[in-house]
Design a protein around this ligand. Structure first.
Ligand SMILES: [Zn+2]
Length: 256
């Protein structure tokens, strides 16, 4: 288990590496000695590796840049919809190693957990370090508070899956998870703010401001889906004329 300071070093290298020790220390506001002390256990545990050349091109004593170890194990992302389980295995930088999906015949919490366990077993990887599950709806502290596509209320999904899989499990609203993925590894890497708009079974909005993903208490409740777009548009199932849900979702488009 890493300390909070060691985790901060590992996360910074994961997001910005390869990175010189000088830049890393400056980003984390650490003295060179503190950085050396924090990096040492990460290097000996094989979480970080030292590269040969001096990454920042400065003259003088070489400061071997640090990078995250590519052999840090496999991570699994799960996307749960009302009728399918999608799983993807990646390395620690979210580069895809394998992806599969299967029908979710029993969308009860127990049925979904069993389907996730089976899908992970089918990947056949014995070095899974962590699992992240995303689903539509309101999620808080590992609990699916309300997931309308699954008809779930207050399901302690993270804890149940951790017991079944014996690895750390995080769950997140699907749009927040997508915004986080883009901020860490995708098009949002290195830019301070952006929006993610998702259009499918519903309309979702993810927001990154000042380098942080905004998590409001109403994330996943679907407020953006009912933004009015056209006063003379068709009604959505809740009766709003011309809201985003009435015009943009898959069902709305199929209806026309
Ligand atoms: Zn509406």
């Amino acid at each position: 288990m890493l300390t909070e300071s060691e985790s901060a070093v590992a996360r910074e290298v994961l997001l910005h590496g390869p990175i010189s020790r000088r830049t890393l220390a400056a980003r984390l506001r650490l003295s060179p000695a503190s950085l050396t002390r924090l990096a040492r256990p990460l290097l000996s545990a094989g979480v970080l590796v030292e590269l040969d050349d001096d990454g920042d091109g400065t003259v003088g004593r070489p400061s071997r840049p640090l990078d995250i170890s590519p052999a840090a194990g496999t991570f699994v992302g799960v996307k749960l919809t009302g009728d399918r389980v999608h799983v993807a295995a990646t390395d620690i930088r979210a580069d895809l190693l394998d992806a599969r999906d299967r029908p979710l015949d029993d969308p009860s919490p127990r049925g979904a957990c069993l389907a996730i366990v089976e899908a992970l077993e089918a990947l056949g990887r014995d070095d899974v370090r962590g699992v992240g599950v995303s689903l539509g709806g309101h999620v808080a502290d590992g609990v699916a508070v309300h997931a309308p596509f699954l008809d779930w209320h207050d399901v302690p999904l993270a804890r149940t899956l951790e017991d079944m899989l014996d690895v750390p499990v995080a769950i997140e609203n699907d749009v927040v998870a997508l915004a986080e993925a883009e901020r860490w590894f995708g098009v949002g890497r290195g830019i301070p703010g952006f929006l993610v708009v998702t259009i499918g079974a519903g309309v979702g909005l993810g927001l990154v401001v000042d380098g942080r993903t905004v998590r409001t208490p109403d994330a996943g409740i679907g407020t953006v889906g009912h933004l009015p777009l056209r006063a003379d548009g068709p009604p959505c199932p809740l009766g709003h004329r011309g809201c985003a849900d009435a015009l943009l979702t898959t069902t709305a488009i199929e209806r026309r």
